[in-house]
Design a protein around this ligand. Structure first.
Ligand SMILES: Cc1cc2nc3c(=O)[nH]c(=O)nc-3n(C[C@H](O)[C@H](O)[C@H](O)COP(=O)(O)O)c2cc1C
Length: 188
């Protein structure tokens, strides 16, 4: 099991240090923190600069928290309800047909790294009810919920149930050579 991530080139440490934990300190984030996170995300590049994204959030315990808590699936609800905030990232299919998800993904990456720089942890979830998200957020058909993001202060892994605690370790990546080709892919 890997405990510390290492790599072979001199990349910025943030790329190795950021990870997606499930143990969060159950304290609400502030609106100012959410604004800072989304400010970073909105500077992501997008096709024709269409910026086909929107971020809807609930702070732990606020008026929207209970409704947002219903959006993640059962597995994710086991841990994400300790987070300081839940953010639903929505993309606009009409603003950028064919590229809305790609661009929203880049914005998520920016948000995750900004959170890391602020000493916060993020964990994206694809496991959620799109129907519930659409209902809670009142989304028209052209706006699709892409992910739910749990964000907050990281807690000690000991706060997790046994099965989740075992998984609270840094993930590895495929070797660089496996995802990089000079010219055509050899074994596609
Ligand atoms: C689009 C997307 C969907 C994900 N869905 C879930 C999820 O539903 N539940 C979960 O526990 N983790 C989820 N993850 C977290 C990934 O499993 C995690 O990012 C991946 O294993 C790499 O680990 P790291 O983020 O710690 O580097 C998701 C991540 C992404 C980007």
């Amino acid at each position: 099991m890997m405990t510390t991530r290492t790599t072979t080139t001199a990349i910025q440490p943030q790329f190795l240090q950021r990870m997606s934990p499930r143990a969060f300190v159950p304290e609400a984030l502030s609106t100012a923190q959410i604004e800072q996170l989304v400010d970073a995300a909105r500077w992501a590049p997008s096709a024709s600069n269409k910026q086909p994204w929107h971020f809807a959030y609930a702070l732990r315990g606020d008026a929207n928290w209970e409704a947002f808590s219903q959006i993640p699936n059962e597995f994710n609800r086991r841990w994400c309800l300790n987070a300081g905030a839940l953010i639903v990232l929505v993309s606009d299919t009409e603003a950028s047909p064919g590229k809305h998800s790609f661009d929203a993904g880049c914005a998520w990456g920016y948000l995750a790294l900004q959170a890391h720089a602020m000493g916060l942890a993020t964990h994206a979830m694809g496991g959620f009810s799109a129907e519930e998200a659409s209902k809670v957020l009142g989304l028209p058909a052209h706006l699709v919920p892409e992910i739910v993001i749990a964000v907050g202060q990281r807690a000690d892994a000991s706060t997790l149930p046994d099965d989740l605690r075992e998984r609270e370790v840094p993930t590895d990546r495929k070797p660089l050579a496996e995802v990089l080709s000079a010219g055509a892919l050899k074994n596609a």
